[in-house]
Design a protein around this ligand. Structure first.
Ligand SMILES: Cc1cc2nc3c(=O)[nH]c(=O)nc-3n(C[C@H](O)[C@H](O)[C@H](O)COP(=O)(O)OP(=O)(O)OC[C@H]3O[C@@H](n4cnc5c(N)ncnc54)[C@H](O)[C@@H]3O)c2cc1C
Length: 207
């Protein structure tokens, strides 16, 4: 049975540059002054040709923004390492974590689930204790776990998304960031297939 405090990961595309692929193609064709060859809506391939020759800068002209909820601070800590990505994240200085939600690790065996939930309950009590003793949120948070959920909005251009989604959907990536990035990749591949057609992560879930 799902515990009431156990979080569920959601990924939502908030915004994307309108006519993403047209913008990228118009930027790219500026280099060759080949506007006479602008693709129709249905034609694909120009952007993939740029990518194959390493001419990636036209992809920087289009941006996508996602909101991710129900993910752990362990996951966001990895995501925010991407320096060319813009980030706004729920603050544990300003948002009270009383009764926090948390992520259950995918590898947690069923027989230990109750014990895990009990540990989270204990930590919830520790946080409340320090808040009741007058500690500010920014100090009481020191006892919170990596499992604690966070909400984060991330924006990047398509060149950087290609980089992030390649390395974070690899089987070497940690399962939670991989899960979020597989969803983002699926969304972006639908919106702008020519930008992501060559990124095909392996199916097997990593441990
Ligand atoms: C499987 C995996 C395991 C990892 N394990 C660890 C770990 O144990 N410990 C740890 O600390 N980190 C770890 N990381 C994080 C990793 O080292 C990077 O910090 C993170 O993936 C951010 O990506 P990035 O540096 O490629 O680039 P981003 O910040 O996304 O930048 C994009 C690209 O811009 C260029 N760039 C950006 N900044 C610079 C710069 N200052 N100089 C030169 N080029 C730059 C690079 O080409 C870079 O690839 C891991 C990542 C993965 C995918």
């Amino acid at each position: 049975m799902k515990h009431s405090k156990a979080a569920h990961l959601t990924v939502e595309l908030i915004a994307i540059t309108p006519d993403t692929e047209k913008v990228i193609e118009q930027a790219g064709r500026t280099c060759y002054l080949s506007f006479d060859k602008l693709s129709g809506d249905s034609e694909a391939g120009f952007i993939q040709r740029l990518i194959k020759m390493g001419h990636d800068s036209p992809l920087e002209h289009a941006i996508a923004t996602f909101r991710i909820k129900g993910c752990s601070r362990a996951m966001t800590h990895q995501l925010v390492r991407h320096r060319l990505m813009s980030v706004c994240q729920q603050s544990q200085r300003y948002v009270d974590e009383k009764g926090f939600e948390y992520v259950v690790p995918e590898g947690m065996p069923d027989e230990f689930l109750d014990d895990y939930h009990n540990d989270m309950k204990t930590i919830e009590g520790m946080y409340e204790k320090w808040r009741n003793r007058g500690l500010r949120k920014e100090d009481a948070r020191f006892v919170l776990p990596n499992a604690c959920t966070s909400e984060i909005v991330v924006s990047a251009n398509m060149r950087e998304w290609r980089h992030i989604l390649t390395i974070r959907t690899s089987l070497k990536a940690q399962w939670e960031i991989r899960k979020a990035c597989l969803t983002m990749l699926e969304i972006l591949r639908e919106k702008c297939p020519d930008c992501f057609a060559d990124i095909r992560p392996a199916e097997k879930q990593c441990q």
